[in-house]
Design a protein around this ligand. Structure first.
Ligand SMILES: [Zn+2]
Length: 153
């Protein structure tokens, strides 16, 4: 039996790599890189600024610990046999990721339209809406919850 088959056998019934694990892996990499930078700075400051050197040394340990913990978490998820639970976590992660992405897309759109439209939210349900600018005070009916309110444009 070659290595590929052995690995396939070993991974059967386990969660494997998913989006959340990939994210944790990248995040751990970022923390480890930052830890290395802090460690270099600590060495650099050691000769003339002891306090700064100590701060960077502590930062190094903290960042390293976080990065290492993320890497362990990532691997625990990959090799986990509780696939249902891991898939649930992954779905939740993807949902949050989508929310973050939408937030930035909205901000980008608002910035692009800043001269022609004013964006606002329904005070009752938070529904996002927009109205053409410089129309003075307008009465808005929320398309989601039918709440009526006044807003400046
Ligand atoms: Zn509403």
């Amino acid at each position: 039996m070659n290595f590929r088959n052995k690995l396939y056998r070993f991974m059967q019934g386990r969660n494997g790599v998913d989006a959340l694990s990939k994210f944790l892996n990248r995040l751990s990499f970022v923390f480890l890189i930052l830890a290395i930078i802090c460690s270099i700075l600590a060495i650099g400051f050691a000769s003339h600024a002891m306090k700064a050197a100590v701060v960077f040394r502590i930062l190094y340990f903290v960042l390293y610990a976080i990065g290492f913990a993320l890497l362990i978490w990532c691997n625990i998820r990959i090799f986990s046999r509780n696939v249902a639970k891991r898939q649930k976590e992954n779905t939740r992660f993807l949902y949050q990721k989508q929310k973050v992405r939408r937030f930035f897309e909205n901000k980008k759109q608002e910035w692009k339209d800043r001269k022609t439209y004013r964006y606002f939210k329904c005070p009752k349900c938070g529904q996002r809406m927009r109205a053409p600018r410089s129309k003075g005070k307008i009465r808005v009916t929320c398309r989601n919850c039918a709440n009526v309110f006044l807003t400046k444009t």
